[in-house]
Each structure stands twice: as C-alpha cells, then as structure tokens.
Write a protein of this length. Structure first.
Length: 83
C-alpha cells in the first residue's frame, strides 16, 4: 500500500502524530458503516464511496482515506473514528 519510508515522514495534519495503515477488520467495519450512510468527514460531507485503505493517526482518532493508492491528507477529508 504505502511505502514504509514515506510513512516515516508524513504526519497527521491535525495532530502532527505519525500515521499507520488501517487494520483490515477496522476498514471492513468502516466500509459497512459507509454503505449504511453513517459516515461523515470533518467537513460534514457524507462519505458515499467505500475506502480501499486508509491511514490512521497514532491515537486512532482520525483516518485519512487512501484511494487509488494515494492518501488524502486534507483536513476536511479526515474521518473521525470512535476511539
């Protein structure tokens, strides 16, 4: 997915924490919630498209979607996760 060397350098734009790939079971649960239209991003937009992957902040508070192998590190596209 994302090169480990790149993960050492990129940070959560909200908290400055390191990021790590989302666990497959968490991704599956999140995609299930997306299919039920229960997920909104930080700009309060409904997330309508399932995720191929994601990067999660160290605290587990935020997820940044990865689509087409490219992470979106835009603050408004972050999804708050239940910690």
């Amino acid at each position: 997915m994302i090169d480990d060397k790149l993960l050492k350098w990129i940070r959560c734009p909200i908290s400055g924490q390191t990021l790590h790939p989302i666990e497959p079971e968490v991704l599956a649960a999140l995609n299930e919630k997306i299919s039920r239209r229960e997920v909104r991003d930080r700009s309060d937009q409904l997330v309508e498209e399932g995720l191929q992957g994601g990067l999660v902040s160290e605290s587990g508070e935020y997820l940044y979607p990865v689509r087409g192998g490219i992470p979106s590190l835009v603050i408004d596209s972050a999804i708050s996760l239940d910690v």
